[in-house]
Design a protein around this ligand. Sequence first.
Ligand SMILES: [Zn+2]
Length: 240
Amino acid sequence: MLKRIFSQVIIVFLVGIVIATLFTALTSQTLFGSEAIPMPYALPTGESSTQTTGNTSPSRPHIGIVSGHWGNDSGAVCPDGLTEAEINLSVATLVQQRLAEQDINVDLLKEFDPQLDGYQAQALLSIHADSCTYINDLATGYKVAPSLAGTQPERATRLVACIRDRYAAVTGLPYHNSITPDMTSYHAFNEISPNTPAAIIETGFMNLDREILTQHPEVIAQGIVNGLLCYLYNENIPNP
Ligand SMILES: [Zn+2]
């Protein structure tokens, strides 16, 4: 009798293992196997993004990043000599590296880069930081403004919505609601191709947000990267 119970227990155990294995296989296939990678960016007809490799494939997403003031001037400057241009370049370089890791082609551009003339890409983002002067206790946080100059204002608005959402989530910085004419009439908006959606971000204030801007540029960069990926892959925004 005991022996029979024991063999029944063994059978139940074995059946359990088989079911668990099948279930795991089915579930993982549903979760990871059959979910197609979204392709929001327009592919040239006849090209497939899944079969191309190599860094210059025209079917890979293509983004332009302007490192604010790079090659031109220092931008805002702190009393101890810290410059906006160096903060921007450290962030922009990290953004470029992390997007490249996601198989995205990135042009890292100077403030008045000759390439900006007629520039074409899925998006252009110019990275800046705000004044190092102490203004008041509310002078903290980031700003993002779209280019309304081109033929793609609704895409530029979507780009900004993505960056706002993801940047806030990653960095924890508040949105500073004070878009200036410096941002909305940013020079590059009128230089690039009107078909390229564009935006400009002020990543934070160099005075009150100095620590995150200088000690954690990788967090700043990841917020921007997540925003650009949200835009490229048409990800959901919880509260647009
Ligand atoms: Zn600037």
